[in-house]
Design a protein around this ligand. Structure first.
Ligand code: SOE
Length: 400
């Protein structure tokens, strides 16, 4: 029996656009029970030439430089926003008002006010939403969340997250949209701490109560990427913050683009009263797990290879046990779960309400970096309920 078709239009075709394009091409190939036939229909951008080349390379049927015309098409079901942060709000509001389902890259918006307006409109339109916090969908990360939900760590006491890159170590590296507040909101903070905040909320089910921060911009002027003049960098190269979580747990976070030698070192450790776990993207299929419940002579961190199709989410959809998967698969896994939730009308997470919770932490910690004071996270009660952690599996794969 043929599946209902969902036609997608993607706005933006840089790094994230390429990752999303791969997910649209692969989801029906590796998830045969995916309830929809997904079609990468229109690639939307500004410049005809590069746009056509990208469409050809990434497998899109059509191209358009006229977003309004694409939004007016009845045959377009989903709009995917993979553009710089300062356009997320306008594109998402326009697409929601055109009756489309909207998937948006992280961070959801430039600030909490925008995020709340986006989430409110999606709720009003009664359409599901997705934020591409892809790391949740690494089988080992989903397994970590499931172990915590099942009480294997006991009461959570501490979380420590680091997300380290080094692509701005050279002061002569040109300035892109990621280095001015008007186009990105914040630097490593909104780009990388956003992931650590999401992974903390996902794995522990806890919220952030208050934060205190330290930010630094080591290189304050960079050559413009277009070769014309110098750009004043007004966002962080490195952003560290401490947090008190909703159960009294304490947490530390570090995001940087100048940690020489660290390319995409994304690691989170959770310590509880009964044990600990560590997920490190560089070994993304493995979960380090320690339990006081092991007999003393056998206690120690063990490494669980989360590639057992019968035990770990998504692992059985690709290859025989132990044949590991990679970064690109996390986007395909997320898309699959979203489509299952769309069909079953179950809540997909993380959605725009999660984006509000994430942005509220980003904003509070950004404020603290300026005031050098502890700042309480201003939770919007309107979205707090919607952002509460799920206790049931969003799809048969995400074992929560
Ligand atoms: C750049 O730092 C970046 O592409 C982030 O924007 C992504 O979210 C992360 O997954 C990889 O690095």
């Amino acid at each position: 029996m043929s599946k209902p078709v969902l036609n997608v239009a993607l706005v933006g075709y840089a790094f994230m656009g390429r990752a999303h394009s791969n997910a649209y091409r692969q989801v029906n190939r590796f998830f045969p029970d995916c309830p929809y036939q997904v079609v990468p229909k229109v690639l939307v951008g500004r410049s005809e030439g590069p746009l056509r080349e990208a469409a050809e390379q990434l497998g899109w049927e059509e191209t358009s430089t006229d977003l309004d015309a694409v939004l007016a098409r009845k045959d377009i079901d989903i709009i995917d926003v993979a553009t710089p942060n300062d356009s997320h709000f306008d594109l998402t509001i326009k697409a929601l008002n055109a009756g489309k389902i909207v998937l948006t890259e992280k961070p959801l918006a430039m600030d909490s006010a925008q995020a709340r307006e986006m989430a409110a409109l999606a709720a009003k339109k009664k359409v599901p939403s997705l934020i591409w916090h892809n790391y949740r969908r690494a089988p080992a990360a989903s397994t970590a969340a499931a172990l915590v939900r099942d009480g294997k760590l006991g009461e959570i006491r501490q979380v420590r997250g680091v997300y380290l890159q080094d692509w701005l170590s050279d002061p002569k590296s040109p300035a892109t949209w990621r280095m001015t507040a008007k186009t990105c909101g914040s630097g490593a903070h909104g780009d990388l701490n956003a992931h650590l905040i999401d992974m903390t909320r996902f794995i522990t089910g806890l919220e952030f109560a208050e934060v205190t921060s330290l930010a630094e911009t080591f290189t304050k002027k960079r050559p413009n990427a277009n070769g014309k003049g110098i750009i004043n960098v007004d966002v962080d190269d490195a952003f560290l913050f401490l947090a008190r979580l909703s159960n009294g747990a304490v947490a530390s976070y570090e995001a940087t683009r100048v940690a020489a030698g660290r390319k995409n070192y994304n690691r989170i450790e959770v310590n509880g009263t009964k044990g600990s776990l560590v997920w490190n993207f560089e070994r993304m299929n493995e979960l380090e797990f320690f339990s006081f419940e092991d007999e003393p002579r056998a206690q120690g961190f063990r490494t669980i290879m989360c590639m057992n199709g019968a035990a770990h989410p998504y692992a059985g959809n690709y290859w025989p046990d132990g044949h590991i998967i990679g970064y690109e698969h996390t986007f395909t896994n997320a898309l699959y779960d979203f489509l299952v939730c769309l069909k079953t009308k179950k809540p997909y997470r993380p959605d725009f309400a999660d984006g509000v919770a994430n942005q509220e932490v980003l904003d509070a910690s950004l404020e603290s970096s300026k005031t050098r004071q502890w700042v309480k996270v201003a939770r919007s009660q309107k979205f707090a309920k919607a952002a509460e952690p799920l206790r049931v599996a969003a799809s048969k794969n995400a074992g929560l």
